[in-house]
Design a protein around this ligand. Structure first.
Ligand code: AMP
Ligand code: ZN
Length: 460
């Protein structure tokens, strides 16, 4: 069955076919590992996961690269401010490499909790400095750069089609420039490729231009090229990547080899809260742990995301999470009812559902439509193992573990309480009974009960 994806590059829904045989080569912009991922970030990776699963459902194999940004992403996407890794290192009084390891592992755990499949290749920027240096040298050789005392810039005016993704022209960007834009740049849209590192910038490497670190956009171009070649099938990211990061990736690739690297550019829209951004200052920078504390497991958030197309903004609400939790429970019950059923079902009925589901996911990942087919199957008054089997097939795309019960209440105990219980266990091992009692009281004050058992403890 044909697949159609909306392509930001052409601004149309287009029929998708891989460039080479049966393998889809795909690149996804991954996280900057300087903080916990919030549920908005995670929406982006849930979209990436659905795309993977839909391609696999259609019989394709995948070569999928996701980067981990652990150097060079400044606090503004457009070359301003400090390196985010350095900001985090100062905030937490740690080495930026420690910060990167810590938040990368947390991010990968979040992916696992959400049942997001891991891309075939996870590439860390700091492990690819050599390929980035080679990439920059070629762009210089090809005449697309200029250099100031401390930076090698990409000259966007050298490209006739700079702005192809967002529809912005170099001149327009100039006209709308803020007065404080870096006066060393020739055009507002020019961007740093390779930057001389000040002494305090811990992440720096010897290079043809002295001790340097790479500009943020470079890693995706260089690593995409290394693993997927000059041209590949799909590039994904959030809509915030369209005007700067992906525009600059396209510019770099054109400077490097004259080609736009990906055929399809797919972008996921934002998760909003009260119509606005998630932010620390508004106290709505929710993470998976926050959801868990409120009683919602990651799979509920996964379900929540299937309520809208990836291309439109969604508004996060606790009511929405409640509805998703109820729906998830019903879904799993519905599966069990079918599993226990023995009604006769004609093959055509199954085929009909199957086609509708397939059409929905192949129509630019129309998950709300796909879910409506799933509900039709669940609600079918006849109960049959054939329907249960069909639901399991659909679940290879949904990733909801439809055949497993919703995780037990015990697993919903917040991390904070588990940490206290672990501390108490240690105190008991050290025979510090006073501390053990104190922690038990603290746990009780927070509304939980701890009971000692043969193997440790039980929390309720
Ligand atoms: P970052 O770690 O800041 O580079 O962001 C990681 C990913 O999360 C990027 O693909 C962003 O586009 C995406 N992102 C950030 N905020 C949101 C949001 N509120 N909703 C959806 N995606 C987001
Ligand atoms: Zn990227």
């Amino acid at each position: 069955m044909d697949i159609y994806f909306y392509n930001t590059l052409t601004k149309k829904k287009e029929k998708f076919l891989p460039l080479k045989g049966n393998e889809v080569r795909m690149y996804s912009c991954g996280p900057t590992v300087y903080y916990d991922a919030h549920i908005g970030n995670l929406r982006a990776y849930l979209f990436m996961d659905s795309l993977r699963r839909v391609l696999k459902y259609n019989g394709y194999t995948l070569k999928h690269v996701m980067n981990i940004t652990d150097v060079g992403h400044l606090t503004s996407d457009a070359d301003e401010g400090e390196d985010k890794m350095m900001v985090a290192a100062k905030r937490e009084n740690k080495d930026p490499y420690e910060i990167a390891d810590y938040y990368m592992n947390k991010f990968l755990q979040d992916m696992d909790k959400l049942n997001i499949e891991r891309p075939e290749i996870i590439a860390r920027a700091t492990e690819h400095i050599d390929i980035m240096e080679e990439y920059v040298k070629k762009i210089i050789e090809n005449g697309y750069t200029y250099q100031t005392e401390d930076t090698i810039y990409f000259d966007t005016s050298k490209l006739p089609n700079y702005g192809i993704l967002s529809g912005k022209k170099v001149d327009e960007q100039k006209a709308g420039a803020r007065v404080d834009f870096d006066t060393n740049k020739k055009n507002v849209s020019d961007f740093a490729l390779w930057i001389k590192a000040p002494k305090e910038h811990i992440m720096q490497w010897d290079s043809f231009f002295g001790k340097c670190y790479p500009g943020w956009h470079l890693e995706c171009s260089a690593m995409g090229y290394k693993y997927l070649g000059e041209e590949f099938d799909i590039h994904t990211g959030g809509i915030d990547h369209i005007p700067i990061h992906h525009e600059n990736e396209i510019a770099q690739a054109q400077g490097f080899c004259g080609k736009i690297p990906a055929k399809f550019w797919m972008h996921v829209n934002f998760l909003k809260i009260n119509g606005g951004k998630l932010s620390k200052s508004l106290n709505n920078f929710y993470t998976l742990s926050d959801l868990k504390e409120k009683g919602y497991l990651p799979e509920v958030y996964r379900m929540f995301n299937f309520g809208s197309s990836y291309r439109i903004p969604i508004n996060f609400t606790w009511d929405g999470m409640d509805a998703s939790l109820k729906a998830l429970i019903k879904l799993k019950e519905g599966y069990q009812n079918h599993l226990n059923g023995n009604d006769e079902i004609e093959d055509d009925v199954i085929k009909n559902y199957e086609v509708k589901f397939h059409q929905a996911i192949n129509d630019d990942l129309n998950m709300p439509m796909a879910m409506s087919v799933v509900w039709d199957v669940i609600k079918n008054p006849k109960k049959s193992k054939k329907f249960a089997e069909l639901l399991l097939k659909f679940d290879t795309v949904l990733g909801l573990n439809i055949d497993k019960p919703i995780e037990s209440q015990e697993k919903m105990i917040p991390d904070e309480i588990i940490e206290l219980a672990e501390k108490r266990k240690m105190a008991r091992e050290n025979k510090d009974w006073a501390e053990s009692d104190r922690i038990r009281d603290e746990i009780a004050k927070k509304g939980y009960t701890i009971k000692d058992t043969k193997n440790g403890y039980e929390l309720t």
